[in-house]
Design a protein around this ligand. Structure first.
Ligand code: NAD
Length: 284
């Protein structure tokens, strides 16, 4: 993709957050060795949090994320776990508690796509996407809520007992033919997130989602890898550029910090206006 021309404007990306908004807090980021999860883990570390970099494959990439977080003066650890497996999720929380004492922030980021024309979609494709994208978020959020309730609020750390950020998608509201399993999983994340938020708010546990639009990561290479694909993508984005993973990292730092303490149960769209019905931009 051409870089920084009027047709292909670049995102404004400062290296790391300037303020250590999350000093003394502990975060788990799932699927943190690639794409958005990697950027979120590095941003949280840059903001002062100690971070567990969860991964399911490619340990070398996870180790690189740990090294980068440590270069910003925070602690980091890796933990291999498949988020769709209950025993592995419980062990991950146990290990993080053993290493860092508690968990203050969960970023439920791990996700995947298994695309298919609807009538050809296998039960295995449907189930895999629901297992990772929806059940995986349930299992991690449940362990996080248990830990947040056990510990309660520590005012010197944060005014909330804990924060959960679900990585949803614009496809929690935009239907997506050819990706029915993925859209169903993200629609499920939306009402799971809001229902958990409603239930746990009295314990000062904040639960929100980030809904990325098109962010340049390995999950969607086919949408931006050639000028033709990129031009087609821009028709869906009023702001006329693709998003970069660190932009999701910045949103996650803010949503995890006390700066957003009264933000609860929302879907924060970070999408360059993709949800603004761009087909109507010239009057329909
Ligand atoms: P990615 O493929 O780069 O990263 C996904 C990560 O999830 C990888 O680290 C992968 O190993 C991990 N993962 C997959 N299955 C797992 C499992 N069972 N257990 C633990 N980890 C597992 O893609 P990405 O674009 O960075 O996606 C991250 C999240 O953002 C996903 O939830 C995705 O749906 C969401 N999202 C991405 C975009 C985008 O444009 N890139 C847009 C909207 C939403």
């Amino acid at each position: 993709m051409p870089e920084n021309t009027p047709e292909y404007p670049q995102a404004h990306l400062p290296d790391v957050p300037h303020r250590r908004l999350l000093e003394g807090q502990v975060a788990i980021v799932t699927g943190a060795n690639s794409g958005i999860g990697k950027a979120v883990a590095i941003s949280l570390g840059g903001a002062g949090a100690n971070v567990c970099v969860n991964f399911v494959g490619n340990p070398d990439a996870a180790a690189e994320v740990v090294a980068e977080i440590e270069s910003h003066g925070s602690k980091a650890m890796v933990h291999q776990a498949d988020v769709s497996k209950e025993d592995q999720v419980i062990s991950m929380f146990d290990d993080v508690r053993a290493a860092f004492g508690t968990v203050d922030i969960l970023v439920n980021n791990a996700g995947l796509q298994q695309d298919s024309k609807f009538e050809d979609m296998t039960l295995a494709q449907w189930q895999k996407v629901i297992d990772v994208n929806l059940t995986g978020q349930f299992l991690c959020a449940r362990e996080a809520v248990r830990e947040f309730k056990r510990r309660g609020v520590k005012p010197e750390v944060s005014c909330a007992a804990g924060k959960i950020i679900c990585m949803s998608s614009v496809h929690e509201v935009i239907p997506w033919g050819g990706h029915v399993n993925y859209a169903a999983s993200k629609g499920g994340v939306m009402l799971m997130m809001k229902s958990i938020a409603q239930e746990v708010a009295p314990w000062r546990i904040r639960v929100n989602s980030i809904c990325p639009g098109a962010i340049r990561t390995p999950i969607n290479t086919g949408a931006w890898d050639t000028p033709e694909h990129y031009a087609a993508l821009l028709k869906l984005i009023p702001y006329k550029r693709i998003g970069e993973a660190p932009e999701i990292g910045r949103a996650a730092v803010w949503l995890a910090s006390d700066d957003s303490d009264y933000i609860h149960g929302i879907s924060l769209f970070v999408d360059g206006g993709m949800t603004l019905y761009p087909g109507f931009e010239a009057g329909g």
